[in-house]
Design a protein around this ligand. Structure first.
Ligand code: AVI
Length: 327
């Protein structure tokens, strides 16, 4: 593979799918330009997302936190069997800010379990282990840094305890409905009959409430989207100019899809070291979908993916649901 130094950027002329450069160029070369939302989360993106989660319009985190804080015992009842040792696996554990309520109750009731957080960020995993060991000295914790399915495969290979898998935060909403189905089917292949999964879904609601959550008045979501342009400039040597793009988001209440875009406000060209990308005035880059569900959709999804819906726990306003499924 030919590589060439262009300025300080080591440019690969045949960038591979799955690398930042490869995915970005593939997305921006399509008729309908798009960028994969997973690249939002560099250090600056992580910090912005932390701020979004605390902003008044972004209700999702508070709803799910309320469920974990106030309905801990209900979750426990449907997730775990008394006396049986199990693995509590969390996909994309982050700082486990909601899971900690469950962990505290499991430890208080002396459930025999190992907490197995999986996260793509080694830094986040290290911090989490350190904090949880300090906070819960009796916790058995074994973390995995990497891809969710690599982590599940590793756990499947190395242990044979029953599993409970958590996938919180409406992260499933950042997949299209088809992708979510494939994701759940894939997760099912790592589970044995009787294992359980808990998945957080944001529910369809008054469109204005959803729209505001992704178009907050402090402009944090705007910055979160723009950060990906900066990231391409810093890491890939592109020359995106923030002032030539506007953030636009639109919630479609019929489909339950909240789509975020960056809109080019002028005809202009963005240069990567070995590729030019032309933008027409008014052309959009699709940045992210945040899919909202009806409760019935989650049940259909469970069945399509080979799970049996067991129980559902809502926040007090009925805006968010954590569903419990059995494999
Ligand atoms: C991580 N994910 C569930 C967030 C969401 O609600 O779609 C990401 C986000 N994007 C803009 N605001 C929040």
């Amino acid at each position: 593979m030919r590589k060439e130094e262009v300025g300080r950027y080591d440019v690969d002329h045949h960038p591979k799918a799955g690398t930042f450069y490869g995915d970005v160029l593939a997305g921006l070369s399509k008729d309908q330009k798009s960028l994969p939302a997973k690249y939002f989360y560099d250090a600056a993106g992580d910090a912005l997302f932390q701020q979004i989660m605390r902003c008044p319009e972004y209700y999702l985190t508070r709803c799910e936190e309320e469920i974990f804080k106030l309905k801990t015992r209900e979750l426990l009842r449907y997730l775990f069997k008394d006396g049986e040792a199990f693995d509590l696996i969390e996909l994309g554990a982050g700082d486990a800010s909601k899971t900690q309520y469950l962990l505290a109750e499991l430890l208080a009731q002396e459930f025999p379990f190992t907490y197995r957080p999986i996260d793509i960020s080694g830094h986040i995993i290290e911090q989490l282990e350190e904090r949880l060991k300090a906070e819960f000295p009796k916790i058995a914790i074994s973390s995995f840094q990497g891809d969710y399915f690599q982590g599940l495969a590793d756990i499947q290979r190395t242990g044979n305890n029953p599993k409970v898998v958590l996938f919180l935060g409406a992260n499933i909403g950042n997949m299209s409905r088809d992708e979510a189905k494939l994701f759940c089917m894939n997760m099912r292949t790592f589970l044995d009959a009787g294992d359980r999964a808990l998945i957080g879904f944001d529910l369809m609601k008054n469109p204005r409430i959803v729209q505001a959550a992704y178009d907050d008045s402090a402009g944090l979501t705007r910055q979160f989207n723009m950060n990906l342009l900066h990231r391409m400039n810093h890491e890939l040597g592109a020359d995106f100019m923030e002032d030539l793009f506007e953030h636009y988001c639109q919630y479609d209440p019929l489909q339950g899809a909240c789509n975020s875009y960056l809109v080019s406000i002028l005809d202009h060209t963005v240069h990567f070291p070995n590729k030019d990308i032309a933008f027409a005035s008014g052309e959009v880059i699709h940045m992210e979908v945040s899919q909202k569900y009806r409760f019935e959709d989650t049940q259909a999804l469970a069945e399509e993916a080979g799970f049996r819906p067991v129980h559902a726990v809502y926040d007090r306003r009925g805006w968010f649901v954590d569903v419990i499924w059995e494999a």
